[in-house]
Design a protein around this ligand. Structure first.
Ligand code: ADP
Length: 404
């Protein structure tokens, strides 16, 4: 149903396209982290090959691009019983070619057109047992068209398939220095936190957005105090990042106004003035942290953690938690596979990629069928309770924190 709704929305051109600044390598890394464990569990190789001179940042709708690649890669792994799945990324003259090559069952000439139509699947003895809706490729092709690209298939029955996605991906010239010191931080436990960044300089707002959004924060931007107040009429916010020097109402005035209006969320002040100046200027202002500009990202993470009482997680946090929660009675031979699959599962659930959720759960079940928490997980998966799945994995992480 979700797939059908999506198709009708795309066809009615009712889908908003976003222009995100996408960190291409980190997107590819994310896909690799998700799919490598799935491939490994089937005993097939997963190879990613990026051309050396890829631009760091490109402009496109990140969610849609990810969705297309997720569909192509998950199909490639699904329909490849042995051999390999490869993802190649090439870039020239602002055009990217992303090619997914598999050594799987292949697709007969006669089927190569119709599998892009809704509900069309190849009916062979080899594919009968493989689950699917037949909507993935239709959605992908429509999304590719929406993004102004094209998707081509070459395949030979019995020896494999190649899906080539060609997209105009303009490099963003002003590469933003998103160098995350805490590179291993992947996100935080619990519900999504809404952050509002108020700054008249769009590059500063984008810098914060590009850094925080991949960590799971929902970042709302306002270019003036007035716009921030307007947005607050319809949006609740967990934390404010306020620039001080802005035309019109400045950051201090906005802070006073927020408190006047009863907004109690923590406020972090961002300012190019020294802290001493700031203190002198506004002795009694009710803010929770002060970060001098240019903003150091490690400082920002530190203050976010303090103000929002966050519990970060990284790639190491999840696995051990799963093991601890798993009654300590299972064999641990597959631990690292377990860990990665669990992280991938959380990502899939978070972005609403149901197919990935199902496949990762099945994989976990085949590795460790007896674990109690897996039975709980299965109940959530059967109910399609994606938030519940994310929460449950988060709980496992917290549990590990308490044990430590
Ligand atoms: P689903 O995978 O849910 O069935 P899709 O629209 O993604 O739906 O794919 C439609 C059909 O195309 C699949 O059922 C399968 O028969 C065929 N197909 C897609 N990708 C591949 C691939 N990499 N190798 C072989 N067959 C494929």
């Amino acid at each position: 149903i979700e797939g059908l709704l999506e198709i009708s929305k795309i066809e009615a051109r009712k889908l908003d396209l976003h222009r995100d600044t996408v960190d291409l390598r980190s997107l590819i890394q994310q896909l690799e982290d998700m799919f490598r464990p799935l491939a490994e569990s089937k005993g097939i190789d997963f190879i990613v090959h990026c051309q050396a001179e890829l631009p760091r940042f490109v402009s496109t709708d990140e969610k849609r691009l990810r969705q297309i690649l997720l569909n192509l890669l998950s199909n490639a792994i699904k329909f490849t019983p042995n051999g390999s799945v490869e993802l190649h990324i090439k870039y020239r003259n602002q055009v990217a070619r992303m090619i997914v090559i598999d050594t799987g069952i292949g697709i007969a000439k006669a089927d190569q057109q119709r599998i892009f139509e809704p509900f069309e699947r190849v009916k062979e003895s080899q594919t009968q047992h493989i689950s699917g809706t037949g909507l993935g490729l239709s959605i992908s092709r429509l999304l590719v068209e929406m993004l102004g690209g094209n998707l081509e298939l070459t395949s030979q029955l019995g020896s494999g398939s190649e899906f080539c996605l060609k997209l105009f991906l303009p490099a963003v010239s002003e590469a933003l220095p998103v160098s995350r010191n805490q590179a291993d931080i992947q996100g935080y436990v619990g519900r999504s936190q809404h952050i509002m960044v108020v700054d008249d300089e769009s590059s500063h707002r984008h810098f914060i957005y590009d850094f925080l959004q991949p960590l799971g924060f929902v970042v709302h931007q306002a270019e003036s105090a007035e716009q921030a107040l307007q947005k607050l009429k319809t949006q609740s916010i967990d934390l404010f990042l306020l620039d001080i020097s802005m035309p019109g109402m400045d950051g201090w005035q906005l802070l006073a106004e927020l408190r006047n209006r009863g907004f109690k969320a923590p406020v972090i002040i961002l300012s190019a003035d020294s802290y001493e100046d700031a203190k002198l200027y506004q002795k009694n202002a009710d803010f929770q942290a002060y970060i001098s500009k240019p903003v150091r990202l490690d400082k920002l993470l530190e203050q976010l953690q303090r103000c929002l009482d966050l519990h970060w997680y990284n790639t190491e946090s999840i696995p051990a938690a799963a093991n601890d929660a798993a009654e300590n009675n299972d064999n641990n031979t597959n631990t690292s596979l377990d860990q990665k699959t669990l992280i991938a599962l959380r990502e899939f659930a978070k972005i609403g990629y149901l197919k990935g959720v199902l496949e990762s759960t099945e994989q976990l079940e085949s590795q460790a069928p007896k674990k109690q928490w897996l039975k709980q997980l299965r109940l959530l998966v059967d109910k399609c309770d994606l938030d519940g799945i994310v929460n449950m994995i988060d709980e496992l992480i917290k549990l590990k924190g308490e044990i430590d």
